[in-house]
Design a protein around this ligand. Structure first.
Ligand code: DGY
Length: 319
């Protein structure tokens, strides 16, 4: 069975695939031309996909040779899962191994925005250390404040747990269903979307993205948020309306925002949000640790090997 990997991943995953007897082709050109992409896809049985390439009806029709897809990501919003189901194509993903790293980034952004770290770092880089000033650009402390989690799965749980342990924050959440573990262990309280938006001091998104939630954090949501609220998005940029977020930030309707994902992505170079002092933007690095990326390579390889053996993928996005 032939596996095509569109960008080099940590060696541990490649070795596992080769040791299992799979024929592995890796693109050494991270920016594949359309021609190269077509050639590789035509020649493969399975794709181990790195990045946000779209797998939709057109793709599956064009490449009937593709029998399985193993994503090098937990998110699968770039795959038409219904279409894959109809064609009995399993789509593997990589949950759990990146929950810690991604929630670490949410936690980092939260603190960075609360203490205006980007603003001060920029000042220092500009040679402007500044005098001690009792009133200038003060941060806020997070102790005992309320964390609102939109989507309380594995990553949301890790974020909530860190906030509870570090700052004894109250946890409220909005989810498709109740998370009993979080309610029991963290005292998390299920609330409506309206309550989440209006009661959170920090609002952090950790849901799987789907079109029904496209730009759900928009002018109407930002209007209801507290003036000290910090908005954190480490999930998908599509959850927020970038211009509405900018307006909320520039008019100080909310305190600040920490973004590891933007809408669109990558962020446009001249996006005015980048000029604001109450914002910290990172380039989608939630899972960018050695540990998480090795874990993702291992899980993606396990998914493919299971498929090769005729077994169910251990981590599968298909219902
Ligand atoms: C994920 O795993 O979904 C990350 O966001 C990388 O795409």
């Amino acid at each position: 069975m032939k596996v095509f990997i569109n960008k080099r991943i940590p060696e541990i995953g490649i070795k596992m695939l080769k040791d299992a007897g799979l024929e592995v082709t890796i693109s050494e050109n991270p920016e594949l031309t359309q021609e190269e992409w077509l050639k590789y896809c035509k020649d493969a049985d399975v794709i181990l996909n790195v990045g946000q390439n779209k797998y939709d009806k057109d793709f599956f029709e064009e490449f009937p040779n593709i029998k399985a897809i193993a994503l090098y990501s937990v998110g699968f919003d770039h795959v038409d899962i219904d279409e894959a189901n109809q064609r009995k194509i399993p789509v593997g993903n990589t949950p759990e191994v990146l929950s810690r790293a991604t929630s670490d980034v949410a936690f980092l952004l939260m603190q960075s925005v609360a203490r205006r770290a980007s603003y001060y770092f920029q000042k220092v880089k500009n040679g402007d250390w500044g005098e001690f000033d009792p009133l200038h650009e003060l941060g806020q402390e997070l102790y005992g404040k309320t964390l609102g989690v939109f989507g309380l799965g594995r990553i949301g749980f890790e974020m909530a747990e860190k906030c509870k342990k570090a700052f004894d924050m109250n946890i409220i959440y909005h989810n498709r269903s109740h998370n009993e573990e979080a309610e029991k262990e963290l005292g998390a309280k299920y609330v409506s979307f309206e309550e989440l938006v209006s009661e959170s001091d920090v609002l952090s998104i950790h849901a799987n993205f789907s079109e029904e939630h496209s730009e759900i954090f928009n002018e109407s949501a930002f209007k209801k948020m507290k003036s000290n609220a910090i908005f954190i998005n480490t999930a998908r940029g599509g959850f927020h309306h970038q211009k509405d977020l900018y307006n909320a930030l520039v008019s100080e309707k909310i305190w600040g925002a920490g973004l590891d994902v933007t809408n669109p992505e990558p962020i446009e170079e001249n996006d005015p949000i980048l000029k604001l002092s109450n914002v910290c933007v990172l380039p989608h690095i939630g899972s960018a640790t050695i540990e998480a990326r090795n874990g993702m390579a291992k899980v993606a390889a396990e998914n493919i090997i299971a498929f090769y053996k005729g077994e169910k993928m251990p981590n599968c996005a298909n219902p």
